[in-house]
Design a protein around this ligand. Structure first.
Ligand SMILES: Nc1ncnc2c1ncn2[C@@H]1O[C@H](COP(=O)(O)OP(=O)(O)OP(=O)(O)O)[C@@H](O)[C@H]1O
Ligand SMILES: [Mg+2]
Length: 198
């Protein structure tokens, strides 16, 4: 994505050990994690950063840092290094049963043992399909006793296209869909408390 992003961006795939230095910024560090691939980690990371930056603007130093992590079991070193410096963890999941067990594994094996506060985010709900999948997912989360965010990020094609174009919700070309897609991430930022007075 790189150049077109409105906020500062750094890739650290091969330098996971250097992540610890982010702690020196004094910023709150939010790690976005789920070892299940394709659940919206990257989408949530860049759009939360965009909405937070849109509200706070350039500040004296960094206030929030969002760390995206790999969606595989193979790259756990990166996730481990990120969690060492995390203030909290956001766990996106989608409304598909295939995603339930892997999400559970990440929470139970990787996040909960560290005692870091985390919240689960439901992403990619297709409103036109009705509420059945959404309700099933919420019921699963409730059975597990996981803390869940009230905000649900809906599925919009515009998000999928945005990845290819390297853009974020605050820069979507104006349209009804763009407003709805953007609303979800501003709502999420508001619920998470980003962008207010520090
Ligand atoms: N709310 C959404 N609406 C529409 N498309 C979405 C939504 N969230 C994610 N996507 C699309 O689904 C795909 C997977 O999303 P994303 O890359 O954010 O997941 P990920 O968890 O980071 O995946 P990986 O584990 O491979 O890194 C992407 O093509 C993305 O554009
Ligand atoms: Mg990703």
């Amino acid at each position: 994505m790189g150049d077109k992003l409105p906020f500062d961006f750094m890739a650290a795939h091969h330098e996971a050990d250097k992540l610890a230095r982010l702690k020196d910024t004094g910023a709150k560090i939010h790690v976005i994690a789920n070892q299940k691939g394709g659940v919206g980690k990257t989408t949530a990371t860049v759009n939360l950063a965009a909405c937070t930056y849109s509200v706070l603007g350039d500040t004296d130093g960094y206030q929030h840092i969002f760390i995206d992590t790999p969606g595989t079991l193979a790259d756990q070193a990166i996730l481990d290094r990120a969690l060492e410096i995390a203030d909290d963890v956001l766990v996106p999941m989608i409304t598909e049963p295939l995603c339930f067990n892997p999400t559970s594994r990440t929470i139970k094996n990787v996040i909960e043992p560290l005692g870091i506060p985390y919240r689960v985010l439901i992403n990619g709900w297709e409103p036109r399909d009705g509420v059945a999948d959404l309700e099933d997912t919420k019921a699963y989360i409730a059975r597990k006793g996981w803390p869940m965010l009230r905000t649900v990020v809906r599925r919009y094609k515009i998000h999928a296209r945005a990845v290819a174009e390297g853009t974020v919700v605050t820069h979507y070309k104006e349209s009804g869909t763009a407003y709805r897609a953007r609303e979800d991430f501003f709502r999420l930022s508001l619920e998470l408390g980003y962008g207010g007075v520090a």
